[in-house]
Design a protein around this ligand. Sequence first.
Ligand code: BGC
Length: 446
Amino acid sequence: MVQPQPESQADPQADPRRTSESPFPEDFLWGAATASHQVEGGNDGNDWWAWEQQPGRIRDGSVSGDGVGWWSGKAEEDLALAASLGQNAHRFSLEWSRIEPEPGVFDPKAIDRYREMLAAAREHGLTTCVTLNHFTLPRWVAKRGSWLGSGMGDLFSRYVAHTVAELDDGVDLWVTLNEPNVLAYTAYAGHLWPPGARSLRACFKAMRQMLKAHARGYHRARELTSKPVGLVLNMPLFEGHRPDHPHDRIACGFQDWAFNGLLVEALRDGRLRFPLQLIPRTLPELAGACDFVGLNYYGRFEVQFDLRAETPLGRHVQQPTTRTEQTDWGQTCPRGLTEQLVRIGERLGKPIYVTENGLFDNSDTQRPEFLVRHVRAVGEALRRGVDVRGYFHWSLTDNFEWAEGWSTHFGLIEVDRKSGERRPRHSAEVYARICRSNGAWCGDSA
Ligand code: BGC
């Protein structure tokens, strides 16, 4: 079980305990992350827009609508605000459906708008990490079967080639895909995200197709850019409810393997193993196909053996946990972030960026402490020799949280969607101190 830190240690208001030996390198990136569909507004050419119009799909009945106005000009304001809050980097994503609204037809106006955003980031001294595809697919791709359709590797690498050639000047780090595992489980095994296939077969097929597309996109991008190109994985910590109970260990081991392990290993040696592939086989082009790994980490699941559970072999029983009635982000557990960083470092030997870490906390009461404890956990991984190069909090502003709609607030900055006004939360100030002190403000106990 996680032992909460004593209040005095975890309270970010307490006197900073600076350390002369900060584990954070001088060029460490401190930023926040966003994604196109969640902030831009007006993304009516993708599969999510269509999904949101169907009654009952979004828990609070809302739609992405105008987002938080990034497409119509607010991106610049938010990037300036991020920089004024001490951040030196930003991770955001591009909308495939804007750049290629019809098969093979590219829209120069969309490219121009992204150039403006990249220029604003540069003007404010923000290093940019740009994700080519963060969950949403153009509607014309959805009509062909989304990630289950044929030729996805060709389609994705054509989009990657065009986009990297056009925008590379303003980008420092490229990411091909965001979280193939989360997308496969939620949208293909499950029914909460489009296309809502509800099939395990579809889930693993979609995951294989994403890995193939990543490999194709990675090699295509490599021909066109000298910037690092990576893949972002979401890796929660799974632990047995009764750590010594064999059934809990089997259930937890299987869930960790099916969610985390099989992707890490596939990226290492190109081998697609069970259950990703019934009869294992190797994709040589996938082996080592990343210059860095992006780790998205939210929390810990405690698994109790139960064959009737919705999750394979066991149900999630961690308490307390961060959840709504339909989504569970797990229990806050900074130790798990250190463990996953160490694991990726050991298995893949690549530089790592924490590309997302955050929690929905509408009252902003837990986020300050959450930030401090997770930054310490990154510091601990650095002390253990892991090559971690940046931390991006999820998220810069409140945004459209997929099937949850607008009611779960992840932002360091609160947004009044009617007036467009931005109000940095207390946690934004806490994070600013962390960024400005290069992590030293958190003290050094993980
Ligand atoms: C996704 C984000 C999402 C966040 C919080 C991550 O899995 O990449 O798009 O908003 O989790 O749920």
